[in-house]
Design a protein around this ligand. Structure first.
Ligand code: 2P0
Length: 345
């Protein structure tokens, strides 16, 4: 059987030992899916049913500092607060990821030994709200694997780091790059062909607007919501073919820099996802009255000639897409949004 630990072992097997430094520090941007990942073919290895496509969030993301410590337990902190509750999902996920690393137990390695007794200090700083459907887990695990790579001097290729990040959180495999990234679902049962691939196109004039309508953690995790949707929605089987069409349309829009096609497709994909979630039993509803009001405002602005589109993830907040040529007007219409330049890191 393929376990996360055996995948970690496979990836690290051919690493030449490099001198370990005191601590590893790395930044990874959060990413927002233009075509969503929703549903797994393997819930242990986070292998998706479909491909997905994302855009990175520029300077918004996670910076993680990791070091080995002489303590009985890992010390995990988020935004300067040491998290002592082992049942917090953030702590549990990081610890079980570190457990996979410990299981590789390479105590005979010359300069980078990791044993079952190795304990880590993991300090993460995020500059976006955590657990509010703003892709915080995506950047968290990507920054963690990058920081581990620095700490141990593995010098892994980004593809391998993407697979490691995916084991922590599926969407994290798209956060190793800047710009557009497609997560190829792969076919293999060990998931070694399921990782992010950066698209060559850059589109610096494309802007994102982060509209935080509710910064509080969401009541239902994406992980649980995904499971429930796959398990109970009568419409889930239609999702794969819908994604296939949307991916094609999005990639051709990116290649041609056709903003209207990009925006219309990404918005329709998000609406399809939320419709799909609402068809689960019991239904999943992430939108609040503020979300719906905001969606109506966007549609009204569009009627008045503004070229703007939105997407929504597993939470009540919205991300807007527009071109820099309409930025001044967008700021007038939507004064509360944080504007993001995806290519400015
Ligand atoms: C995405 N989301 O493509 C989709 C759209 C939320 C809505 O990936 O269980 O935290 O760790 O693989 O990656 C959020 O789910 O789930 C997500 P796991 P993840 O961005």
């Amino acid at each position: 059987m393929n376990s996360s630990a055996s995948i970690v072992k496979t990836i690290l097997a051919d690493r030449h030992p490099h001198p370990r430094i005191e601590k590893g520090v790395a930044f990874a941007p959060a990413n927002i899916a233009l075509c969503k990942y929703w549903g797994k073919r393997d819930t242990v290895l986070n292998l998706p049913v479909t491909n997905s496509l994302s855009l990175s969030m520029g300077q918004y993301g996670a910076t993680t500092e990791i070091a080995c410590i002489n303590q009985p337990l890992d010390q995990i902190s988020l935004n300067g607060v040491l998290l002592l509750d082992n049942n917090l999902p953030f702590v549990k996920r990081i610890r079980s990821f570190l457990d996979c690393l410990r299981m590789t137990d390479n105590r005979h390695a010359q300069s980078t030994p990791i044993t079952t007794d190795t304990r880590f200090s993991v300090k993460t700083q995020m500059n976006l709200p955590v657990g509010a459907g703003l892709a915080s887990s995506s950047c968290g695990f990507a920054a963690l694997v990058k920081a581990l790579d620095v700490l141990f001097g593995w010098q892994l290729p980004l593809k391998a780091l993407s697979i490691l990040a995916r084991l922590g959180s599926g969407s994290a495999c798209r956060s190793l790059w800047t710009g557009f990234v497609e997560w190829e679902k792969g076919e293999r049962s060990d998931g070694m062909d399921s990782y992010g691939v950066a698209l060559p196109e850059e589109w610096p004039g494309l802007k994102m607007g982060l509209w935080i309508l509710d910064p509080n953690p969401k009541p239902l995790s994406s992980r649980e919501a995904m499971l429930r949707t796959v398990g109970t929605s009568p419409f889930y089987s239609a999702w794969s073919s819908l994604v296939e069409g949307d991916l094609k349309a999005l990639k051709s829009a990116i290649a041609l820099k056709d903003f209207e096609q990009l925006g219309a497709t990404l918005e329709a994909n998000a609406c399809s996802l939320h419709g799909l979630m609402m068809s689960a039993r019991p239904p999943i509803l992430y939108s609040t009255d503020r979300t719906l009001k905001a969606i109506h405002q966007i549609r009204e602005a569009r009627k008045q000639g503004l070229s703007i589109y939105f997407t929504q993830d597993a939470g009540p907040n919205l991300k807007l897409f527009f071109l820099d040529s309409s930025q001044a007007k967008i700021e007038e219409y939507f004064p509360d949004i944080h504007i993001i330049s995806p290519w400015e890191v």
